[in-house]
Design a protein around this ligand. Structure first.
Ligand code: G3P
Ligand code: CA
Length: 316
């Protein structure tokens, strides 16, 4: 009888400990690096995110004509590089410059630059478009020099479109990740994608057991951010990355996801575009982490998110 009671107590303690771990295991995801301060998807932006204390750093990935994965948000180059000035004749009929039409050597001649007004000045300093390998080597290098274990959060951008161009991305990304030691469900990585079929294929056909996040755009909410949609996502993914508007409209989606064992990482919180309903960026961050009870947020200003989480942990 005594043993039985002891076993029950141990079981309860383990359950409480695990639920506390769940409750406190909240992360800061540096969206495109510390992109609020430096041009997105550049090595300095990633290094700043690391120094600000982010837990995971996000490179969006597209592919070059010669099959290299590079860190870039768009399949086009003109919004964040000087490609239009450097290669005026290389645009397609739609007037756009596609990374898939350029070799890595050509892309390396471009200057990366700020996308948004009122952030880092366009044309100031010099930045390159990095490869996924370079991003990983930077983060793993800093992990070695600091003793921390910061993760990566790579996004496959438009993999179906890339495949239509003869550039399959999934296999290439998995090969690189394996080469750099990302293996198994505990690896410090989340692979993310908006395409459910791509993530399913990675899990079921390519047999990867790496953590994966199903991104959910606002336009996908009626099929994916429902209880039935989450049932389906739970078959192959570790969590969801919903547009933050989905959570604002229906905070229950967080509990629905948690009930299915899915983590929730909404995107994107930005200090320079705080919605009017919040009186400060801290208030918006606290609402997501503590009231909506999400497990992480994508944020352009990771220093603020780290500070808010640290302050909350200090009170526990
Ligand atoms: O990947 C999460 C979030 O970054 C998705 O939006 O357009 O910034 O890649 P986007
Ligand atoms: Ca992204």
């Amino acid at each position: 009888m005594r043993n039985k009671r002891m076993c029950t107590n141990v079981f309860i303690a383990i359950v409480i400990a695990s639920s506390c771990a769940w409750a406190t295991d909240k992360i800061v995801i540096a969206h495109r690096g510390a992109s609020g301060y430096l041009p997105e998807h550049t090595l300095p932006a990633y290094a700043a995110a690391y120094a600000y204390g982010a837990d995971y750093i996000e490179p969006d990935c597209v592919m070059t004509r010669d099959g290299h994965l590079i860190a870039l948000h768009d399949i086009h180059l003109e919004a964040t590089t000087d490609v239009a000035e450097r290669f005026p004749d290389r645009k397609r009929g739609d007037g756009r410059w596609y990374a898939a039409d350029f070799t890595l050597a050509e892309i390396k001649t471009l200057q990366a630059r700020e996308r948004l007004p009122n952030r880092f000045p366009i044309g100031a300093s010099r930045f390159e478009v990095p490869t996924l390998r370079e991003v990983i080597e930077l983060i793993q290098g800093m992990n070695r020099s600091t003793g921390r274990d910061v993760g990566i959060y790579p996004e496959l951008k438009d993999p179906s479109w890339h495949r239509s161009q003869g550039l399959p991305m999934e296999e290439a990304m998995l090969a690189i990740l394996k080469q750099y030691g990302y293996e198994g469900p505990q690896a410090r990585i989340f692979i993310q994608c908006f395409e459910p079929a791509t993530l399913r294929r990675i899990r079921e056909e390519l047999k990867s057991d790496l953590p994966m996040i199903q991104l959910i755009a606002d336009s996908q909410k009626n099929s994916l951010a429902t209880e039935a949609g989450l049932d389906a996502i739970a078959q192959y993914a570790t969590g969801i990355g919903p547009d933050k508007r989905i959570v604002e409209e229906n905070p229950a989606v967080v509990q629905w996801a948690h009930a299915r064992g899915l983590k929730v990482h909404p995107y994107t919180l930005r200090k320079d575009t705080v919605p009017g309903k919040y009186d400060s960026f801290d208030a918006e961050l606290r609402q997501y982490y503590l009231e909506y009870d999400v497990d992480g947020v994508f944020v352009d200003h990771p220093d603020d998110a780290v500070r808010v989480l640290d302050a909350w942990r200090a009170t526990r």
